[in-house]
Every structure is written in structure tokens, then in C-alpha cells.
Design a protein around this ligand. Structure first.
Ligand code: 5GP
Length: 120
């Protein structure tokens, strides 16, 4: 089992509007905003509106409707940002070995330049 969800995490506060963000997209399933410390010309985080610690938690416990809505939203953000033709990268860090820092699922979207080969 994954750790319990902490409603005090920073992305939960952003979802509740308690701290500001540079929002680019919001619907019933997802919120997207610019990363505060961008690693590419375009670096956006997409988070589900539901309380999921990580991809591991979300993929196991979210409803089919939530999963479909979130996946669609990630694609919609990339489309809205004009990233489809030049291309972009999605990344999700999960847990300790994945170096996940904020315990609310977030998918990173990187774009706006030629990216390097995939790390690790
Ligand atoms: P992780 O390592 O958990 O995958 O990534 C967390 C990301 O959240 C980092 O890229 C970091 O810059 C970003 N971040 C952390 N705190 C905030 C915040 O308060 N606002 C925004 N917009 N991004 C944040």
C-alpha cells in the first residue's frame, strides 16, 4: 500500500486556492500550472483534482472516469500549448527511488526546445 494522502501538501493547497500558481488549464479532473523552477522553456505540471499520492496510488485506486479525464487533460494541455508537432516529454516521479518531492500525483510536461536523451 502507498502512504496515506496528506491534505497539507503544497499541491493540495494550490488545488484549494490557498497558494497561487500560474494556471494554464483546469477542468473537473485536472489542474495544470507552470513549474516554479522550470527545467525547460515550457515546464508544466498536471495534477489530478482527486487526492492521490502518486501514479502508483492513482492507477490502482482512481475510477475509470478519473483516469480517462486526467489522461485526456494531460493531452489537452500539450495540445493547447502547441507542443504536439514539435514534440514534448511527459515524466512522473514516483516515491523514494523516483525522487518524488511533492506527495500529490503530478505529471511533468517538458517542451519548447530539443530535449536530450532520456535520463536516468
Ligand atoms: P517532483 O520531484 O516531486 O516530481 O517534482 C516536484 C516539482 O514541483 C518540482 O519540479 C518543483 O519545482 C515543483 N514545485 C514545488 N513546489 C512548487 C510550488 O509551490 N509551485 C509550483 N508551481 N511548483 C512547485
Amino acid at each position: 500500500a502507498t502512504q496515506p494522502y496528506d491534505p497539507g501538501n503544497i499541491f493540495a493547497k494550490i488545488l484549494r486556492g490557498e497558494i497561487p500558481c500560474r494556471e494554464v488549464y483546469r477542468d473537473d479532473w485536472a489542474l495544470a500550472f507552470h513549474d516554479i523552477n522550470p527545467q525547460a522553456p515550457l515546464h508544466i505540471l498536471v495534477i489530478p483534482t482527486g487526492p492521490y499520492v502518486s501514479w502508483a496510488d492513482f492507477s490502482a485506486n482512481a475510477s475509470a472516469e478519473e483516469i480517462a479525464g486526467f489522461v485526456r487533460a494531460v493531452g489537452d494541455v500539450a495540445r493547447q500549448q502547441g507542443l504536439v508537432e514539435p514534440g514534448y516529454r511527459l515524466l512522473a516521479n514516483i516515491g523514494q527511488h523516483g525522487h518524488q518531492e511533492v506527495p500529490h500525483l503530478h505529471v511533468h510536461i517538458f517542451g519548447g526546445r530539443q530535449l536530450g536523451a532520456m535520463l536516468p
